[in-house]
Design a protein around this ligand. Structure first.
Ligand SMILES: Cc1ncc(COP(=O)(O)O)c(C=O)c1O
Length: 488
C-alpha cells in the first residue's frame, strides 16, 4: 500500500489482472464516494502520483482521464486536477442530505424576498458547498491561469507607487486601453478619451456625481441592473424605469426629460436582447433631440456566441454616448478594474471631481491590467474563457431545449452572449415555485422579479453559468428539466 502526499491510501497490485490505471481510478472514485476526498480537493499531479506509486505517468494520466470522462474530476486552467462536485440532486435516490437541502432553501428564500441586487456584500455562489449556484453576473475567477496572473503581478510589483495618484489613471494604461478598445470594439478613441475606473458601478457613480443634480430624472432599463439603479438613486436622481423587450430598450417610449439614460445594448441585463440597428439609430436621435447623456454599459461584450459582433453604440455618437467597460466579467469583480470613454472635456471634468470623492484607483491594479493588455494575456484569456463559457452555455441550453413534454411552458432568452440566460415562464406562473423546487433539488436559481423597480410584468428565472462547472451546469439543466416536466 502506498500513501499519497494527501494521505490517501492507494494500492497498486502488479500481480492482479486488472490494469493499473483501472485500479487507481477505482480507488480514487471509492475515496470520493466514501467521503475521503471531497469536492474541491486537489489531486497530486500525474508526475507526483506516478513517482509515488512507482508506475508510469501514462498509467496515472489514463486513470485521471477515465475519472474526468465520468465527471468525478475536473481541471482548472494551469492549476491542477480537482475532485468535482458530484453530489446528486435531491429527488435522486442517491439524494443530497436533508440538512443541506434545508440550508439551501433558507438562503434562497432570503434572496427571493430581496429586491436589491443580491451581490453587494453577499458571498459569491461558489462558496455555498454542495449547492449548484446559478447566480448571474459572476465570472469564473478560477479560470485565470496562475502563471499569467503571477506574470502580471510581477510586472506590477516592479513599480514603486507614484508620489500622488493620477486622477485620470496611469497615462500608459489609458493608452493601452484605448488601443484595446480600438482592436476589440472598433472604438475610435485616443488616450484623452479614456478615464480609468474600478468598474462600471464606479464609472456610473462618478458620472452621476458630475452630471446629475438632486431631482434630475435618470432613466434605467426595466427590468434592469439593480446596482445601476441604486447608484443613480443614491446620487439623488429620480430614477425612471424605461421598458425593455426581448430586443432591448424601446426608444419610442423614452420620456423627453431624462438627463441621463443607462443602457446595456450589447446584451441587455438581464433579458439578454441585442439592440437592433434601427433602435440604436432611434436611441441616438432621441439623445440628440433631448440632450440626454446615454451611458452605454458594455459589461460582457467579450462573450458572444454564434452571432456576429455589433459595434458599440458609442461609435454612433461619441459626443452624446459615454461608454463604460469593466474587467469584472473577463477577470473578476474583486479585481476592481474598468474604464470609461467620453469626450475629453467630460473626462477632464470627471478627473477634477475625483479627488473630492476620495476615489483612487490602486496603481498596482492599474499596472497589472497594463501588463495583461501589453502581453496579449488578456485577450488570450478572453478567448479561453469564451470557449469555456460556450461549453457551459451549450450544456444549459441543450439540456433545457430537450425538455419534453414540458408541463410548464417556457422559452429561453438572451443566450447568444454573456454568462447567463433567462428562462421565461408564462406570465401567470409563479417563478418562486420553480425557484423553491430547484432549491430543494440542490440548484439555486434567481427569480426575475428582483430586476424590476416597478410592477413585475413577466415571470421567469435567471440562470448564470459563470461560476458553475460544466458538470454542474449539466446536472442543473437535468434537474430543471425534471422540474419543468413534473411541476404543476
Ligand atoms: C449589467 C452589469 N454591468 C456591469 C457589471 C459589473 O459591474 P462592475 O464593473 O462595477 O463590477 C455587472 C456585474 O454583474 C452587470 O451585471
Amino acid at each position: 500500500m502506498t500513501t499519497l502526499p494527501s494521505g490517501l491510501p492507494v494500492v497498486v497490485d502488479r500481480a492482479a489482472p486488472t490494469p493499473l490505471a483501472v485500479q487507481i481510478s477505482a480507488q480514487l472514485q471509492a475515496a470520493v464516494t466514501g467521503g475521503a476526498l471531497r469536492a474541491g480537493d486537489r489531486l497530486p499531479s500525474s508526475r507526483d502520483l506516478s513517482a509515488t506509486l512507482g508506475v508510469s505517468r501514462t498509467v496515472v494520466t489514463n486513470a485521471y482521464a477515465r475519472l474526468f470522462a465520468e465527471g468525478w474530476l475536473e481541471g482548472r486552467h494551469g492549476s491542477g486536477t480537482y475532485v468535482a462536485d458530484v453530489t446528486p440532486p435531491a429527488g435522486d435516490p442517491r439524494g443530497a442530505t436533508g440538512r443541506r437541502g434545508e440550508t439551501l432553501h433558507r438562503s434562497v428564500s432570503l434572496w427571493t424576498s430581496a429586491k436589491a441586487d443580491p451581490r453587494p456584500g453577499s458571498a459569491p455562489g461558489h462558496r455555498t458547498g454542495s449547492l449548484i449556484d446559478l447566480q448571474p453576473g459572476i465570472s469564473w475567477a478560477e479560470g485565470i491561469e496562475p502563471a499569467m496572473w503571477r506574470r502580471a503581478w510581477r510586472q506590477a510589483g516592479a513599480h514603486l507607487p507614484s508620489r500622488w495618484p493620477d486622477p485620470y489613471g496611469l497615462p500608459e494604461l489609458r493608452e493601452a486601453v484605448a488601443a484595446y478598445l480600438r482592436r476589440s470594439r472598433g472604438l475610435a478613441v485616443t488616450p484623452a478619451h479614456v478615464l480609468i475606473t474600478q468598474g462600471v458601478s464606479s464609472g456610473l457613480a462618478l458620472l452621476a456625481d458630475a452630471l446629475l443634480s438632486p431631482g434630475d430624472r435618470a432613466g434605467i432599463e426595466e427590468p434592469g441592473y439593480p446596482t445601476g439603479r441604486e447608484v443613480l438613486r443614491r446620487a439623488g436622481a429620480e430614477v425612471v424605469p424605461c421598458r425593455v423587450d426581448a430586443h432591448g430598450i424601446v426608444p419610442e417610449e423614452l420620456p423627453p426629460d431624462l438627463r441621463l439614460l443607462y443602457t446595456t445594448p450589447a446584451h441587455q441585463y438581464p433579458l439578454g436582447g441585442r439592440l437592433p440597428v434601427s433602435r440604436r439609430q432611434a436611441l441616438v436621435a432621441w439623445a440628440r433631440a433631448t440632450g440626454a447623456v446615454v451611458v452605454e454599459d458594455d459589461y460582457d461584450s467579450e462573450f458572444r456566441y454564434d452571432v456576429g459582433p455589433l459595434p458599440a453604440l458609442h461609435s454612433m455618437d461619441p459626443d452624446n454616448i459615454v461608454y463604460l467597460g469593466t474587467a469584472s466579467k473577463v477577470l473578476a469583480a474583486a479585481f476592481g478594474a474598468g474604464w470609461l470613454v467620453a469626450p475629453p472635456a467630460l473626462v477632464d471634468r470627471l478627473a477634477e471631481l475625483r479627488p473630492w470623492l476620495g476615489t483612487r484607483i490602486p496603481e498596482a491594479v492599474q499596472h497589472a491590467v497594463l501588463a495583461l493588455l501589453r502581453s496579449g494575456d488578456m485577450e488570450r484569456h478572453v478567448r479561453r474563457m469564451r470557449l469555456e463559457y460556450a461549453r457551459r452555455r451549450a450544456a444549459l441550453v441543450d439540456g433545457l431545449t430537450q425538455v419534453r413534454p414540458a408541463r410548464v411552458p417556457f422559452r429561453l432568452l438572451g443566450d447568444t452572449a454573456g454568462i447567463h440566460v433567462v428562462l421565461e415562464l408564462p406570465a401567470d406562473y409563479p417563478a418562486v415555485r420553480l425557484v423553491d423546487a430547484a432549491a430543494a433539488g440542490g440548484v439555486a436559481i434567481y427569480p426575475l422579479d428582483r430586476y424590476f423597480a416597478g410592477p413585475v410584468t413577466m415571470s421567469g428565472v435567471v440562470l448564470g453559468y459563470g461560476t458553475a462547472t460544466l458538470s454542474q451546469v449539466r446536472r442543473a439543466a437535468a434537474e430543471l428539466g425534471r422540474l419543468l416536466t413534473s411541476l404543476p
